[in-house]
Design a protein around this ligand. Sequence first.
Ligand code: BMA
Length: 328
Amino acid sequence: MSKIIGNSLPNMPWQEKPEGYKMPVWRYTNNPIIQRDAIPSSNSIFNSAVIPFKDGYAGVFRCDSKSVSMDIFAGFSKDGLNWNINETPITFLGDEEVIKREYRYDPRVCFIEDRYYITWCNGYHGPTIGVAYTFDFETFYQVENAFLPYNRNGVLFPRKINGKYAMLSRPSDTSHTPFGDIFYSQSDDMEYWGHHRHVMTTCKGDESAWQSTKVGPGPVPIETDEGWLLIYHGVITTCNGFVYRMGCAILDKDQPWKVKYRSKNYILAPYEYYECVGDVPNVVFPCATLTDADTGRIAIYYGCADTVTGLAFTTVDELVKYTKENTF
Ligand code: BMA
């Protein structure tokens, strides 16, 4: 039995695995949980992050507008399923040069020490990683961008490792990046990032072709007795464009740039209508999990076809077993 190292969350959203189900991750039966027009201005709500907050949950949501501009919005929920998303985007306090808005998308939320950190893909003469923190999901303080452009998918670890804050990211280009490896970076102060380490690259040949174009970190890594459980996205280029699936890796506890195991087979792929049909077809894109250390339950929040938000379930045992059995 594998163990999550973390807090208990007895009221988290949950459904048991359907009898006879073969895959390690199963979908919530009422998906999608957030429709594309859940707020008046939105064209689509997807690739969004949630976290336990007070006696329920808070989140940061990517809501693209009907003029198709990308911004992030705070939201709240009692049960993790029904969400009230603010109708106006987050405004940030901070250095006037840094808080200038070009575009914001694909947020992650991570609780470290005493506050909630938000990272997202932030337009600053090209995409880079924006960083902010909040105590209450009402006032948000933006700090320096973590990296020079171009970079996407900045994902913090939930505690310092070897005395330093740690972040995964995926250096990229200005466009729909046809490459992408995951890197690990370290910081003493959440401002200056360095000591960069390579974590993982794409798979060449047909060994694991679903992750042959690019890979990027998904939700905040989950600490377990086996190491850090990293759910990530993997992309293949097909004759119809990119297809996004989810994979799982286990990273070394003290040197998380070392991959101990990595799933050759995907853990979730676009099968359902709402994952295959939408503004960008054939995308499942994970950005957050909720976990319960007592039961080992994991709920994955993911964007579906760049249009709506879905929820899926697994357990630490399912993922560790599947990843080890499928490793390459
Ligand atoms: C990536 C990002 C994601 C998006 C994905 C698929 O590059 O833009 O927000 O979900 O492409 O379109």
